[in-house]
Every structure is written in C-alpha cells, then in structure tokens.
Design a binder for this molecule. Structure first.
Ligand code: 5CA
Ligand code: ZN
Length: 412
C-alpha cells in the first residue's frame, strides 16, 4: 500500500557516526553497525482506531533512528507494516456494524495524515498483512514441511509453530516460562488451548470460520495469517536476513517479537533475526498505558483539530527518554509548546553562540541511545543564550534550525 508523503530533510555539515542503541536481547547499548544500507523493520498499527500519542511516540523514536543513520551518510531501507486483518479489527467492525475493510482503510488514511503532520520520514515500503498473505501462507507451509509447525487435529484448520523448533526461544525477552505464559494469555495468545504441543506455541494460520474473511492457503486450506508470522514474512521479504533494527513498543517484546524472530530464524537458518531489538516505552494517561482496549486515548488528530502544533506534540513526546514508560499530561504539552516558541524566537535572532558546537553536541547526545532529554536541553541552552544576545555567529541561528529539523524532526 502507499505510505505518506515526506518532507525535505536538510543536509548538515561535518561527519557523524551511526548511533548506538539499546538492544533488548543483549541488554546493553551497542553501536549500530550497518553496511552501506541500514535496514529497519517497525511494527505498525492495527487500524481499528485513530492514531494515539503512544503510536506517535513509537513512530517518532524510529524516525530518530532513521534521521541519525541518514546524518551518518547511510542509505536507509525502512519497512513498516499495517496489521489490516486480525481479531481486534474484526471485533471492532462487528461491534460498530461496519465493514472491516472500510474501517481499516479509514484509520490507515488518518494514520498517514498524522504521520505527515508529525514529520515522520515515510518508510520505503508500507505493507499490509492482507497483501502479504500469499507469501505468509508459503512460509507457514514451509514450516509445516520442515517439522517446525503442525495443524491441530480438532478440525479447525489452525496451524501452530512449535517453540521446540526454536532452541534459543526466550533469548530476546529473557522471561521465565511462567512469565511467558502469563503474557501470551494477555496479549492475544492462547496458552490454555487443548491440543497444542506446548502452551507457548503461537498461531501461524487460523483456519476459516463462519462469518470471517478467509484466503486461499493452498495445502493449509482457507484461512488467515497469525500475527507474528506476518511481521517475520514482510521483514524477510523486503530486508533479508539479519536486519539492523527491529522496532516497536515494549508491549511487543513478548510474545510478538520473540515469536517473529523464532519464525524468521527457523525459516532462514540465520540468527539473530535482528542485530538490535529496540523497544520504545509506553505512553500512559492517568497512570495507565494508553491503549485501544482501555479506551484512555489522546488522539493526534484530536490535538491537531484543537489547533495544537504537531511540532509541540513532537517536542512533548521527546522530552523524556524513549525507553522510559511515561505519562502524557497537560503540562507535558504546555512545556512542548513553550519550548517550540522559544526555539522559534531564537532561530530568528540575528546571531548566537557557535552553531557547529551545538550541532556536534546534539549529534553526540542522540548518538548515545537517542538521548533526547539531553539534546533538547542543549538546544534550550543555546536558545536562551542567543536570546540574551550571547554569541556573535551570524550563521548560527540557521544552523540551529537545520540541526533540529534534520536530527529531531522539528521544523521551526
Ligand atoms: N499491529 C501491531 C504490531 S505488528 C500493533 O501492535 N499495533 S498497535 O496499533 O497496537 O500498535 C502500533 C505500534 O504502537 C506498535 O509498535 C506498538 O508497540 C506501539 N504502541 C501501542 N501502544 C503504545 C503506547 N501506549 N505507547 C507507546 N507505543 C505504543
Ligand atoms: Zn509486528
């Protein structure tokens, strides 16, 4: 499917190295060391409701990765998916008496508009689950033929992946089996289902049910894809083995990313599936994770409709570190708005302290696992100095504006 439209990104003077990022599997910050082309797969939306600030924060995080790589002179191959067929989408459409395809198309269109407003550089490939079904079904058949997957013998046509076929299972999330069992029950899995070889085995293919959409699965019979194999197949097809970064929110670490990696590694024989597994913290509201199922959502489109500048939303979401679970409050938004107007005033100043100095220090902060609080504080200090008449570099305000545009995605 089509992504959204991008904006020009200024090219900055001088040299930058690719950033170091925290890898959940190794549990350490390590340099990203891409070859000539940096590859990234990010888990995108299930389009049954509008883009909320949690989605926005996660998309901004990986936008910062793409911006840092580009600044380091790398070509970036970025793929993002849309889970345009899955249980929650069908449930919402049934609840509202709506066609699930129309619902998915409408919310995906709104997401694109929100991403554009937030100046997220679009992925090179924006891919739906539905359009990927032939490739997904082929992978499921391959896993069955290889003995890594099996159909249940209850006549449903459901096919499961055998975690016993993934000897390193758990290397990414480092959870105990009990914790895995609990999380899979909470996050779309079915550990208690009878007939599975292991309670942790995830669904690969769901056989057709009365009243549900189904697609041709060849020998699998008609049905629709499981969730984890969707992302494994899309990533492998467009990015090949050992992608540089697999990203998403930390709610996806287990079971989603652990299982996607297990599927991909079994299919290719190459491990790890991703050199870095990068997880963004959860945005919450009133003390709870913002989620469609809880209904405590602040929509990007609603803020935009209220006249809030998307750049202030962006600054609000970057004010704390991307890995921390954090709350969205009115104060966070107000601080973002205030910061944006100070930066805009400072960018219009006749001169300021060294623009090169600011650029070097912002680069260095982002290089350290995307330390946006430090980067924002550096720009704040520069802006206050420029506004108080300190510094006599007449080129500095323009370089400051280009720096925050290219590296932080904030157009002043
Ligand atoms: N379609 C799947 C991924 S394949 C999915 O999780 N969709 S989603 O709509 O629920 O979330 C889309 C992206 O936003 C995911 O990367 C998810 O981890 C992230 N996300 C969801 N809720 C939040 C939140 N409250 N804070 C931060 N990120 C979130
Ligand atoms: Zn995914």
């Amino acid at each position: 499917m089509d992504a959204w439209t991008g904006h020009d990104v200024p090219t900055l003077p001088g040299d930058a190295a690719p950033p170091a990022l925290f890898d959940s599997a190794r549990r350490t910050i390590a340099p990203t060391t891409p070859g000539g082309i940096a590859t990234m797969y990010v888990c995108g939306i299930t389009p049954y409701d509008a883009t909320h600030l949690g989605h926005a924060a996660t998309m901004i995080t990986f936008d910062l990765v793409q911006r840092a790589w580009r600044d380091a002179g790398l070509d970036v191959r970025y793929v993002q998916n849309v889970t345009d067929i899955d249980d929650p989408l069908l449930e919402r459409a049934a609840r509202d008496g709506e066609d699930w395809i129309v619902l998915a198309m409408r919310e995906t269109a709104l997401f694109r508009e929100d991403m554009e407003a937030l100046r997220i550089i679009p992925p090179a490939h924006y891919v739906g689950a539905v359009e990927s079904i032939p490739a997904i079904a082929a992978h499921v058949r391959e896993l069955v033929a290889d003995g890594a997957a099996y159909p249940l013998d209850d006549g449903t046509g459901d096919v499961y992946f055998s975690v016993a076929a993934a000897p390193r299972f758990g290397y990414e999330s480092h959870l105990s089996r009990d914790e895995m069992r609990k999380l899979s029950a909470e996050r779309g899995g079915d550990p208690e289902r009878p007939g599975k070889r292991d309670p942790l085995d995830p669904l690969l293919w769901r056989g057709a049910r009365e009243g549900e959409p189904a697609w041709d699965g060849g020998d699998l019979g008609p049905g629709r894809p499981g969730w984890h194999i969707e992302c494994a197949t899309i990533a492998l097809g467009l990015l090949g083995t050992t992608i540089d970064v697999q990203g998403g929110g930390n709610d996806l670490l287990y079971p989603h990313h652990e299982c996607s990696a297990a599927h991909a590694e079994r299919l290719t024989g190459a491990a790890p599936f991703a050199a870095h597994y990068v997880h963004a913290g959860m945005i919450g509201l009133d003390g709870e994770k913002m989620s469609k199922s809880k209904g405590n959502l602040v929509f990007v489109s609603r803020l935009r409709g209220d006249g809030v500048d998307p750049m202030a939303i962006r600054l609000g979401l970057m004010a704390d570190h991307y890995r921390s679970d954090r709350q969205w409050t009115d104060d966070v938004l107000k601080a973002g708005q205030l910061r944006l107007s100070r930066w805009r005033e400072a960018a219009a100043a006749p001169s300021g302290p060294s623009g090169e100095g600011l650029l070097a220090s912002v680069r260095e902060a982002l290089h350290r696992d995307l330390d946006t609080p430090a980067a924002l504080a550096l720009v704040d200090a520069w802006a206050e100095a420029a506004l108080s008449g300190a510094g006599d570099d007449p080129a500095a305000p323009a370089l400051m504006a280009a720096t925050v545009d290219a590296l932080l995605g904030v157009r002043l």
